[in-house]
Design a protein. Structure first.
Length: 146
């Protein structure tokens, strides 16, 4: 399924619109969103299928700026994939979830757009808890310290 301008349609593998989405029988189809996603979805979804650890939790693939993909997972977690080397990014995501249960963490986003780093955004609750944890660990100032 493809979503563009708030409208859903069922598409063939080549991106051709087969029919507007009107029936729940298509609900199991992968959802792709964004301008140009209809024609780029087949290759991207084939790549995503190579990483079942990621694919099974993916709710939607969002084509951003007609050049790169984001994933929205079923629990609302956003994954911002890089423009290039997407396969390696998906492999890393799969490994991080398998080894460290990344998708089960109290996070709202994973940003992989920069090739030399991965950035994780904590949920508001997790960020507050982390702040409290480190606030208690700050060294206390002694009298006369500047």
């Amino acid at each position: 399924m493809w979503q563009q301008d708030g409208r859903l349609s069922v598409n063939a593998e080549d991106g051709a619109v087969l029919e507007p989405y009107v029936s729940r029988r298509f609900v199991a189809l992968p959802l792709v969103v964004g301008k140009g996603a209809d024609v780029r979805a087949r290759d991207f979804l084939a790549l995503l299928d190579r990483y079942p650890q990621v694919r099974i939790v993916t709710k939607a693939a969002i084509f951003v700026g007609e050049r790169r993909w984001n994933l929205r997972l079923r629990d609302g977690l956003d994954i911002r994939l890089p423009e290039n080397d997407v396969g390696n990014a998906l492999a890393l995501l799969s490994k991080l979830d398998k080894d460290d249960r990344l998708f089960s963490r109290d996070i709202v986003a994973v940003d992989m757009r920069l090739p030399d780093r991965l950035t994780v955004q904590l949920s508001d609750d997790a960020a507050k808890a982390r702040e409290e944890l480190f606030k208690d660990k700050k060294p206390k100032k002694k009298a006369g310290d500047a």
